[in-house]
Structures are given as structure tokens and as C-alpha cells.
Design a binder for this molecule. Sequence first.
Ligand SMILES: [Mg+2]
Length: 256
Amino acid sequence: MGLGFRYFIPAGRSPALWGHGLLAPAKRDKMDHATDANSFLVDGVGLWVQRLGSADFVGRPAVFLDRDGVIVDEVHFLSRRGDVRLTPGVGQAIAELNRMSIAVIVVTNQSGIARGHFDWTAFAIAQAEIRDQLADAGGAIDATFACGYHQEGYGVLRFADHPWRKPGFGMLQEARRLLGVDFDRSTVIGDRVTDLEAGRRAGLSNGTIVRTGYGDREQERFAEARERWRKQGFSAGVENSAAQAIQRWAVGQRAS
Ligand SMILES: [Mg+2]
């Protein structure tokens, strides 16, 4: 794959790599289900993977979803349980993907980790809240990939253009390696041009930008990118919300 460093994701349920004291055992005890044996800091520092459930997605399509401004309201460095608000209808839309055996995979840049605004513990707590709220609507995320590196980060988290950080496609590539999903039938949904660019670079054929989060502010950039993408064989659309983007895409899946 040539990403320049080694990944280590343990098989089974061993939380083998909490690394560097970022998630101390004492803290983990207080977090009940916020972190669990299915979450890993892949490199011990800045690459987070959480696999939930045990459904088999080999050869199945995936919907790659950005998190902030897409699944949840953009609140500028989400790190608190109380700040988690799902976008309208997203839980029900994800539940429909679950019923269709389509992998629901979250890919999220988390520069707040690199910048020291919050740590992986706080990230995990927010993740647990998202999971709980989605569950209320019958929806479930199958896997989450997060990149905590940034060029303006502190210490070991300072890393310019990390391959996992969108518009890089390392998170999508890792998702395919771990879950075996079929990129030819997959899509990406985000509120930024960089979300869709990551999908395009990964080799997906289509994506949708939503108007929630930064989406409205991205429309001009999106219009430019869309023309370029069209020539590159990547088709991109606009929907008001993640729920609508999912529903539109799912209709095409059922028809194909
Ligand atoms: Mg976003």
C-alpha cells in the first residue's frame, strides 16, 4: 500500500494498542461502554479504528460518511456528550442501510486531537453518544476511522498531509482492507469538498455533498471541483442532508 508506516490491528477483541497513555486504564473504567475492546489506536498515537458489530461486508457496498456536519451538527471540535445532535433523519436513513446489508463507515478528520483541544477519551465518549442516539432510531455504524494528525499539531501529532487525513484516502483504503467492501458500488457523503475528494482518490465513482455543516459555504468550491471530477469519472451531487443523500443513493442501489 505504500503508506509509509506499519499498521497493527490485532485480531479478535484485544485492546492491544492504547499506547502512549492516551487512554489510561483508570479513565477507561469510568467510561463504561464509551471505549471498548473493539476500538484501537492503530499506531498508538493518532489513528483510531472502531469496529462495531460482526456483520460480514466482504464484496458489499459501503457508504462512507463524514461525521461532523453530516451525521451530527457541526459544533467546532465536538468533544462533549451534551453537544451531540444528529442531523434530521440520519438515524432512520442509516437504519435502512443496515437493513440493506450496506456497510456504514464513518471517516472523520479530527484535528482537534492534534491541536490539543481534546483527547481520544473525549472523542470516544462523543462516539458512544452518537452510537446511542443512532440506536434510538434503529441505526448502527459498522466502523469508524479517525485521523488525529494535523500539520499544526503538537508533538508526535504534528504531521502534514497524513495519508489518512482527508483529502487523503488512507481511511477508506484501510476500511476496504479490514472489511472487504466493494468500492465499485460504494459512495461517500460529506459536507466538504475534501470529503468527496478522498472518495474520488480512493477510486469511488460518486459522492454527495450535503448542505448541513460547512456544506453551504462549500458550494462555490464544490461547483469548481464538480467539473474537474466529471472529467475524471467521478460524479457528485448535492442534497440537503445526509438522510436525503442516503435515501437518494439507496434508491439507485435497489434499482441496480
Ligand atoms: Mg465535516
